[in-house]
Ligand binder design. Structure first.
Ligand code: TYD
Ligand code: MG
Length: 454
């Protein structure tokens, strides 16, 4: 057999290199390239050699009890977790610095501790006295939470082995360092090692582990993305700094629906839960104005109405502005192209600003038609009826495609006082909501009916 050449692999990004160098050209990491040993030649191993153990196979329908769950008694949080906290699960809560992660998790830790769960809160960022002060301000000082301020992973794991809590919050995973890894705290290798050890502890001892991770734009410290695959549940805490609304969104959940959201409001006394987000997101809406459309959306299992706002103005720039906040800018470009080429309504020479009110992010394609309606309404300077909701996907041909859960969307709209809806042809409704429905087949019909344009 030909002698295989040695190969080198970057331990940070996995790129392979023909020779060793100090810096990985693929990801730019220093000192991360290691020589990969070829498959070891254990005597008799490999195909045709000595045998491994037979693994035990089982049927798919083994009657195992569903995982044990604990409710915090904070409905917004419990729902996003998929119906409570699962024992032995690993949860990552990511978000921008200062968005309110520590506040949320201190409140959650206190809530779980009060239900009888043995709970520890380990802060690597703040001194114990700082956390105590915050707890006092939030009215949580009496909650039976064990508080620690530590960054050494070895000391934390030793403590966890001794204490065997039901839940531990690690704030934040980027401040933890393991003496088994040489690189600096905050590096990808440290982050991976710390997450790996804490997740294995969770699985081994049945402790639920919540890891806080800062999302960083400048890349000074490694972002939580690199450990998403190791955990069972990934939640992101989002919001605009200037707004008081905060949204906890499940982007991955092995124990419940992903894309579920919980809505909170940052107040002087911590985060308050918002039970009726639609009412909140629409609360700033005034009289019917050009450029405003109400989208009947679904977030996870729950309908949420949001207002999409558009502004269209003559541009002095060679390539006019396309500023999109809270919606997918790629989809908006597509919608503008469809409006131009299928409906003959150009936006050339016009600056376009599009925004979801209240700092909400909408990722459903079902928002296409409402976004188009807001754009057209702004361009034609004509307000849509104030009691109208809109939903539906737009295809590249300009046809409107029906979307799921129409009845849920309409029920929520009816509850909030809306009385008419526009949706694509083929939308399944049973007429029980009493909403007046108009079902349209394509965008050309829509623009003609609403604005007499096209
Ligand atoms: P924090 O939880 O420290 O954010 P993170 O852990 O994500 O970095 O929250 C920081 C912000 O929240 C800070 O700007 C102050 C604000 N805040 C309130 O408005 N009310 C409160 O009761 C608390 C505790 C914080
Ligand atoms: Mg914090």
């Amino acid at each position: 057999m030909a002698k295989s050449a040695p190969s080198f692999r970057c331990s940070e990004c996995g790129a392979t290199h023909a020779k060793w160098s100090g810096r990985c050209e693929a990801c730019g990491a220093w000192n991360s390239i290691v020589e990969e040993s070829p498959l070891s030649k254990v005597p008799g191993s490999g195909l045709g050699g000595a045998k491994g153990k037979l693994i035990q196979l089982s049927a798919l329908d083994t009657k195992e009890a569903p995982p044990k769950r604990a409710l915090a008694g904070m409905p917004e949080l419990d729902r996003v977790l998929g119906g409570g906290l699962v024992a032995a699960s690993a949860i990552l809560v990511g978000g921008d610095p200062g968005i309110g992660k520590s506040t949320l998790l201190l409140q959650a830790a206190a809530a779980f501790a009060r239900t009888g769960l043995k709970t520890l809160y380990i802060s690597g960022e703040e001194a114990a006295s700082q956390v105590r002060m915050r707890a006092a301000r939030l009215g949580l000082a009496d909650a039976p939470v064990g508080l620690g301020a530590e960054t050494s992973l070895r000391d934390i794991l030793t403590t966890l082995e001794a204490e065997r809590p039901d839940l531990v919050v690690i704030d934040s995973i980027q401040t933890m360092w393991s003496d088994r890894v040489e690189s600096a705290p905050g590096s990808v290798s440290q982050l991976r090692a710390a997450a790996h050890e804490l997740v294995s502890f969770a699985k081994r001892r049945g402790t639920a582990v919540i890891l806080v991770g800062h999302v960083t734009k400048d890349g000074q410290i490694a972002g939580p993305r690199v450990i998403e695959h190791m955990v069972d549940t990934v939640l992101y805490f989002e919001g605009e700094r200037g707004h008081q609304f905060r949204i906890l969104r499940a982007v991955k959940n092995r124990f419940g629906p992903a894309s579920e959201i919980g809505v909170f409001e940052m107040t002087g006394a911590g985060l308050a839960e918002v039970a009726n987000p639609s009412a909140l997101f629409l609360s700033e809406r005034g009289q019917a104005a050009p450029g405003s459309a109400v989208f009947a959306g679904i977030e996870g299992t729950r309908p949420v109405l949001t207002e999409i706002q558009a502004l269209v103005a003559p541009s002095s720039l060679a390539s006019p502005r396309r500023t999109v906040v809270g919606l997918d800018s790629g989809r908006i470009s597509t919608i503008l192209a469809v409006l131009e080429s299928r409906c003959g309504i150009p936006f050339t020479g016009l600056d376009v600003f599009l925004n979801v009110a209240g700092g909400m992010k909408v990722i459903e394609p079902a928002a296409d038609l409402a976004a188009a309606a807001a754009l057209l309404s702004a361009r034609e300077d004509t307000a849509l009826p104030a009691d109208m909701v809109i939903f539906g996907e737009i295809s590249l041909s300009g046809a409107l495609r029906p979307v799921g859960q129409a009845e849920n969307r309409l029920k929520e709209a009816a509850k909030l006082g809306f009385s008419q809806a526009i949706a694509p042809t083929g939308t399944k409704t049973d007429g029980t909501t009493g909403m007046s429905m108009r079902k349209l087949g394509d965008l050309v019909t829509f623009t003609g009916e609403m604005f007499g344009a096209g």
